[in-house]
Design a binder for this molecule. Structure first.
Ligand code: FE2
Ligand code: FE2
Length: 474
């Protein structure tokens, strides 16, 4: 593995110094990236010193260097995980054969599309979150938000490198367009729907990092099993950073739940809202909304695209190489359920390869459920009998088999009239949003935390909560 050259404008372990043409192309992209960061990246404390970790190498310990840094001076680098010796294609028709170091002509367009769709989510989330620091419940939380933001921007860099290095002219055009689309813009929206949804309050931010970043974990893990080795190594390195984003979401929600439980208990009517907190039914609505939006990110239950990508080895199942023995998956079937014309559900079978999106969605749901178990333990420890849950995968879907029918939280088919009668119990209403937004008052004093959320159990990198995670200019 090549060492980092600090004289480089772009820290990297991909030997940019040895490729002048590529380095120049990326150095040309860099000012456009910085313009993008300034205009739609974090708009609060944008020039102050933030306690951030920076990846400066892919060696153990090198990817997490902590220090105060102004975000525009952040060193966005291009890193790949170390190559695995004798790595073979994990899944599909060519499983077991040598991996590719260059893009095969016949898979060029499909691979480019996969990379662009993944890459597009990285800047989108930064755009969605750009005003949140104005209402941060603590400096600790503001710092975590910024950490997520700078790393999503680094993920953009990592994907743009692949586009520049392996896809020629159209790769460069795609890299430019990644800076031109905007989250929520009707004329030039981001590619995936969940990345065009507003993220206006901190409970949404924690749901986003819990559910959307976790979708990212599974998409990246699926690409880590790619036959295209540079994509596999790039996404493996991104996954090391992604774990912190998931931690931010999971623990952020756990802290809201802990405070909600405490306030529910002290309120004579058992309503945390009376005590200035967020009541559990409202938390449940945010979970219902974000979880179902994020399920859509996995794509249709039956998908020829997914089957083709698996067959070609472009991506594979979660931990394909380690967790499966039959890497061909050709003679297996998968049972699915679909709505019937008479308002019921029927089971049908498809070849497993056609159901690869659903297989990845299963792993994601299992992972989400682990957080629910932890949050419910928080409720039990607080002496409450209330529990939170994930809605059924059919609830409130906008894509795939369940998009055109209505289902309740248990996944039972219901009529449109039943949906209309109950939707306000299940999804955030305008009044709920207004209430949650009313709680979003900034707490920007070191060591202090907003009333509606419990303090974190510990600070960052051995520091306590009162550490100056954000050093605002006087
Ligand atoms: Fe990311
Ligand atoms: Fe992330």
């Amino acid at each position: 593995m090549s060492a980092i050259d600090y004289s480089d404008r772009i820290p990297n372990n991909v030997n940019l110094a040895g490729d002048r043409r590529l380095r120049r192309a990326l150095e040309k992209w860099q000012p456009m990236f910085l313009d993008w960061w300034r205009s739609v990246g974090p708009q609060v404390w944008s020039n102050d010193e933030i306690y951030l970790r920076t990846a400066i190498s892919a060696e153990p310990g090198g990817w997490a260097n902590f220090g105060h840094v102004r975000m525009p001076d952040y060193r966005w680098g291009i890193f790949m995980a170390a190559p695995e010796t004798d790595r073979v294609i994990p899944g599909g028709d060519d499983a077991g054969k040598a991996v590719w170091h260059d893009v095969p002509g016949e898979h060029r367009n499909a691979l480019k599309r996969i990379i662009v769709v993944q890459a597009d989510t990285e800047p989108a989330s930064v755009e969605q979150q750009r005003w949140l620091a104005a209402t941060a419940p603590s400096l600790y939380d503001a710092r975590n938000l910024f950490q997520v933001n700078v790393e999503e921007a680094r993920h953009l860099w990592a994907m743009v490198y692949l586009l520049h290095a392996h896809f020629g002219r159209d790769g460069r055009d795609e890299a430019d367009e990644l800076l031109e689309r905007r989250s929520g813009d009707p004329d030039k929206p981001r590619i995936l729907d969940a990345f065009n949804q507003p993220c206006a309050d901190w409970m949404s931010f924690f749901c986003f990092t819990m559910f959307a970043d976790r979708d990212g974990k599974y998409q990246l893990a699926s690409l880590a099993e790619s036959a295209f080795d540079p994509l596999s190594r790039t996404t493996r390195f991104m996954l090391t950073e992604e774990a912190h984003h998931l931690f931010v979401g999971d623990t952020g929600l756990d802290r809201i739940i802990a405070r909600s439980a405490e306030l529910t208990r002290v309120d004579p009517a058992g309503d945390a809202r009376n005590q200035g907190g967020i009541d559990l039914p409202t938390i449940q609505k945010w979970i219902n909304y974000w979880f179902s939006y994020c399920l859509d990110l996995f794509g249709s239950e039956v998908s020829t695209n997914a089957a083709d990508a698996f067959a070609a080895g472009l991506k594979a199942r979660f931990k394909e190489a380690a967790n499966y023995t039959d890497h061909d998956a050709k003679n297996e079937i998968r049972e699915l359920q679909r709505p019937t014309a008479t308002g019921g559900l029927e089971t049908f079978e498809v070849p497993l390869r056609l159901a690869m999106n659903e297989v990845l969605r299963d792993d994601y749901i299992t992972d989400c459920d682990k957080s629910l178990v932890r949050w419910n333990k928080t409720l039990a420890d607080a002496g409450l009998s209330d529990r939170l849950r994930l809605p059924n995968r059919r609830f409130f879907r906008r894509q795939g088999l369940y998009a055109d029918a209505a289902f309740d939280l248990d996944g039972r088919p219901i009529t449109a009239a039943e949906w209309d009668a109950r939707v306000d119990d299940w999804l955030p209403t305008d009044a709920d949003k207004a209430y949650v937004e009313s709680l979003m008052v900034p707490v920007h004093e070191p060591g202090k935390v907003a009333h509606w959320i419990a303090p974190p159990r510990r600070g960052i990198h051995g520091h306590d909560l009162s550490y100056d995670y954000v050093r605002a200019e006087a």
